[in-house]
Every structure is written in C-alpha cells, then in structure tokens.
Design a protein around this ligand. Sequence first.
Ligand SMILES: [Zn+2]
Length: 182
Amino acid sequence: MLDDGSKLRDVSILADEGAELAVEISVARLARLVHELAAPTGTAVARVQFSRERGFAVAQVQAEAQVELICQRCLQALQVAIRSDSRVFLLHAEADAERVPADAETMLAPEGRLRMDELVAEELLLALPLAPLHSEEQLCAARSDDDSDLPPVEEVQRPFAALGDLMSQTKRNEPMRPNKRR
Ligand SMILES: [Zn+2]
C-alpha cells in the first residue's frame, strides 16, 4: 500500500507483523532534507521492511530521490539521484543505543512511534554527497574554459590581493601628508 509517510506508526506492531510499507513523499515535505537542497523539487520513494532484532524494531530502508544540489565547481544547479539502503534500529530512548551493535544505525521512535517521512528524510540526508559535482556527461560551467578539477579559489583570493596593493600605496603616500598641511 502506497502512502505519503505522514502517519505516526507504531513500529513495534509493524516489527512483529514483519510489515513492509511503500511510501511516496514529495521532497518539499521532507523539511530536514529540503534545508540542504538548492530547490524543493522531486519525489522520494521508499520501501521500509520491518523486523525484530535483539528485541528492537528494525527497519530496512530502501529510499531514493532525484534532488537538486549546487555543483561545488561551478556553483550552478545540479540534478543528483540519491539512494539509500540501510538497516536502522528504532529505539524508544537514547539509552537503548548501548544495546545495539556499535556500527548500527539508530533512530529514536519515542514510545515506539515514528513517521515514515521522518525516517526516509534522515536516510536520504545521509545519502547526500558531501561535495556534489557535475559528472563527465553533464555540462559543468566551470569546465568549459578550464579542465582543472580545483574549485575556483582564485575568485576568493583576489579581494585580499587588491587590499594588499591599496595598503602599500597608502604607505608610499604618507610622506606627502605633512606637505599638504602647510
Ligand atoms: Zn558544475
């Protein structure tokens, strides 16, 4: 059954049933994810399979979405398909984290309740590339006149160089001032 993930679910019941949920969520509604995007466009689809492990409700979350990010080389918009497939232990309290495997992903489900859109947003957030760049097939504005993979740091440095010039000019002009006062 397809839903938009906005309903608060009892994950204990879902885990005991071994339930599987399919959700389709407008990216614009994934507040935490949208905050990291260039535009609130696209749709996230996810399949969440529940099970029980070490007494905890566990969700296997397969999620994907096409999102708009900013290319770190040319600073233009960039479409990126992000994908996540991870197993998440759903904890009633922070203290429960001590009882799950050290490398396990966890998420709080207070009183055993959780919205699927929050779970999916969290997983997609983790799937975002740290430094998104246009790929070889995509047109990167920064690559048209420069094959270098380095980010355009020169632009940032120029104002300081100009300031240095200005300061040395001021020093050279200083001996002139006493003459002007006469
Ligand atoms: Zn680019």
